[in-house]
Design a binder for this molecule. Structure first.
Ligand code: G4P
Length: 282
């Protein structure tokens, strides 16, 4: 579910996340591996300050493995423990609880030094809508947890889910809003399905995708759309793919919406291959 965020929503989401974080020992942030920075809201750095952090790069089944490695190093340098996962198939999810405990070692040592009996380590999943928060919570809980809306303020009683003996997970995630003041961030969010296409111009998002693919994945474009050459002019490329795919209206004009639909679908489903739309800053 994706909603449009207004200042009221954002303030409420922030307040709710802050309240939840008070109960938490280890913060688990979830991002889309294809667009790790575009799919995170940096407000989390301020909200989670001082807590051990885990960064989960999700949807790695759709992202470029080489780029996943670059992002893993990028976040490790920023003091995150990082895992590459596919919450839908469950790949990598089993590694999450041990990593939570590892990140909580200083805290456990502190309790021990004070002679306290350790309680389970408490963790929270946080992220913007559609990054896979419910999917991973269900995996970790080993059952289906009812999904509440992405609207902040739609609350239900919070419960702790036991994950093994030593960890507890809050059954509702912390939801943050996507931050897309930058146009490119908006295109990336639209292309990956994090925000509705209508919020961002469908055609413009497609041109962004085509420009990106021409630069970083030209061979995939050539192979998928049987192109000998990639036209330098991106609109020409749009035309060529339209003609190849028979997206024509009466009079032989290209039906650009149809071409855009095909490109969106083939990108999102992974038909174009494993593609990442964002590279770590140099
Ligand atoms: P949220 O709670 O953060 O809002 O996200 P949610 O778990 O609802 O996941 C959003 C969409 O992303 C879902 O697809 C979900 O299946 C998909 N998803 C989650 N993790 C992965 C992953 O690792 N890889 C891939 N490929 N997809 C993932 P949906 O189309 O909204 O629903 P459905 O098709 O699963 O019914």
């Amino acid at each position: 579910m994706s909603i449009q965020w207004y200042p009221g929503h954002m303030a409420k989401a922030r307040r709710e996340a802050k309240e939840k974080l008070k109960l938490i020992d280890v913060v688990i942030e979830l991002v889309d591996a294809r667009i790790p920075l575009s799919s995170r809201n940096p407000v989390i750095d301020e909200l989670a300050k001082g807590k051990p952090r885990i960064m989960l790069l999700n949807k790695t089944d759709l992202a470029d493995p080489k780029i996943n490695e670059l992002w893993t190093s990028y976040f490790k340098e920023k003091d995150f423990a990082v895992l590459q996962i596919d919450a839908q198939k469950g790949t990598g999810v089993k590694k999450v609880p041990p990593l939570v405990l590892q990140q909580a070692t200083p805290l456990l040592n502190k309790w021990k030094a004070k002679g306290m009996n350790p309680r389970p380590i408490r963790a929270l999943i946080l992220g913007i809508p559609n990054v896979g928060k419910s999917t991973i919570i269900n995996r970790l809980a080993n059952k289906k947890i009812a999904k509440i809306g992405d609207k902040p303020g739609v609350t239900k009683a919070q419960q702790w889910i036991k994950v093994g003996k030593e960890m507890e997970l809050l059954d509702t995630p912390g939801i943050l809003w996507p931050k897309f003041e930058d146009e490119a961030v908006g295109f990336r969010l639209a292309l990956t399905g994090a925000i509705k296409e209508e919020i961002f111009d469908f055609q413009e998002s497609t041109l962004f995708l085509l420009r990106f693919l021409s630069k970083y994945y030209p061979e995939r474009l050539k192979a998928r759309y049987q192109l000998d050459l990639i036209p330098e002019d991106v609109v020409e490329l749009y035309d060529v793919i339209g003609r190849k795919r028979g997206c024509l209206m009466s009079g032989g004009l290209i039906d650009y919406d149809k071409v855009a639909e095909i490109l969106f679908r083939e990108f999102r489903s992974g038909t174009l291959g494993k593609i990442s739309l964002e590279l770590p800053p140099q």
